[in-house]
Design a protein around this ligand. Structure first.
Ligand code: ATP
Ligand code: MG
Length: 266
């Protein structure tokens, strides 16, 4: 489903070439368990959609948590908008497999939740309401503002979680398997919606996924993580316009290359 063209409130488009996030030589270990990943360096440019693929347990979610400032690396540095990152940045947002909406709040209040917390840019009531309304409309849920989470389908709840992230007007959206609990049709709708809204919101995305096809349909660049401890093993640029399913031959060739590398990655 295509959402109506709603512009976010006050985002100045930034040059697409600048890095929103730069990580250098990261490693992470769980005490008593051992090193999860090491030697990870990567950059995410403004407005770039980067997919992180890799076999189960290779450290994708742990790396996402470190890049998002939710966990501290044992070594290395994460820079967000050219400043060292010590905690989640107010211009970042997270979406997970479960939408994690608060059941006692309406859809609109869930989407606005978090905007009043410390470190968020100050906004008056009208600006805040406009941000919430624009985010809800962008994900196709206009008219459902007063609904409670129990009244939403799984796909609608995940749209609400995406709207909650967009309301922060993120420079970078971290998404950890955000669509893997959805049925195939809803998942395909959400993949198209994600590309559409992050392009309009000028956001970059780091998308962790198990699904090669999802990475191919959505990402500008695909990173393959693997090994033990985990490392970034390979990288592919997906230089194809959207919607990607109009280019099946090119997708198939890239898919086979990634599948082959994935088989040898653990
Ligand atoms: N809180 C924790 N304490 C100890 N070990 C953990 C913890 N969280 C994850 N691990 C371990 O760290 C490693 C990486 O886990 P992580 O969740 O990052 O993998 P993943 O690539 O996201 O896997 P999946 O694709 O299944 O989601 C695994 O071996 C896991 O068992
Ligand atoms: Mg994971």
């Amino acid at each position: 489903m295509n959402a109506p063209a709603v512009a976010p409130s006050a985002l100045a488009p930034a040059p697409a070439s600048e890095a929103v996030l730069a990580a250098r030589d990261l490693s992470f270990a769980h005490p008593g368990i051992g090193t999860v990943f090491e030697g990870v360096s990567l950059r995410i440019r403004r407005r770039e959609i980067v997919a992180l693929l890799g076999s189960s347990g290779c450290g994708k979610s742990t790396l996402l948590r470190v890049l998002a400032g939710l966990a501290q690396p044992a070594r290395g540095e994460v820079r967000f908008l050219d400043a060292p990152l010590a905690e989640p940045h107010p211009r970042s947002a997270l979406v997970f497999q479960q939408p994690s909406l608060l059941p006692w709040l309406t859809l609109a209040d869930n989407v606005g939740f978090g905007l009043d917390f410390a470190h968020q840019p100050r906004s008056d009531g009208a600006a805040r309401r406009a941000r919430v309304a624009a985010a809800i409309e962008a994900v196709g849920l206009a008219g459902r503002e007063a609904a409670y989470p129990a009244q939403l389908s799984g796909g609608m709840a995940q749209r609400a979680a995406l709207a909650r992230a967009l309301a922060r007007e993120p420079e970078l959206l971290f998404a950890d398997e955000p669509f893997s609990a959805l049925d195939a049709i809803t998942r395909a709708e959400m993949q198209a919606l994600l590309v559409d809204v992050v392009h309009r919101w000028h956001s970059a995305v780091l998308l962790v996924t198990h699904d090669i096809d999802e990475a191919l349909l959505v990402a500008d660049r695909i990173l393959l993580m693997g090994g033990s401890p985990g490392r970034v093993l390979r990288e592919w640029t997906v230089d194809m316009p959207h919607p990607r399913d109009e280019h099946p031959e090119a997708l198939t060739a890239l898919r086979l290359a990634i599948l082959g590398a994935l088989r040898h990655s653990s």
